[in-house]
Design a protein. Structure first.
Length: 135
């Protein structure tokens, strides 16, 4: 397996490591949206969120939460943007959460993809019901 994040975790590839716990590592994204853009990754290789074992969820999201909480003070930002892709637009097939510092008028406008609309309230309820039936 050739996973750049696994290589970083093993110390075989360089990264600006921010934090390392027994289960997660936090390092700076090499192509940041803004300076301080962090990636939080589980140390075990799991490609997507649905594959992350239940036993690691609290730890993983706890680390995401901590990074999100400290970025504003550490970097003089006013908030953060937290995002994660699963398969589509996932540039590295290793689960990772982006935690990006945000400032008013920083140029980041919404999401990077076009938005859509439901046909009407009934259509929205039908979509909600379909998802609920799978839960």
């Amino acid at each position: 397996m050739s996973c750049i994040f696994c290589a970083i975790i093993r110390g075989e590839a360089r990264a600006a490591v921010v934090s390392s716990t027994p289960t997660e590592m936090v390092f700076l994204d090499r192509r940041p949206l803004f300076l301080g853009h962090c990636l939080v990754v589980p140390k075990e290789h799991h490609e997507t969120l649905p594959e992350l074992p239940e036993t690691l969820i609290a730890s993983f999201f706890g680390t995401v939460r901590k990074v999100s909480a400290v970025l504003p003070e550490a970097l003089g930002a006013q908030g953060t943007f937290v995002a994660m892709n699963n398969v589509i637009s996932q540039s590295v097939p290793h689960l990772h959460a982006h935690v990006v510092p945000r400032r008013p008028k920083d140029g980041l406008r919404g999401f990077f993809w076009p938005r859509t609309k439901y046909g009407d309230e009934k259509h929205m309820e039908e979509v909600a019901a379909r998802i609920a039936s799978f839960l």
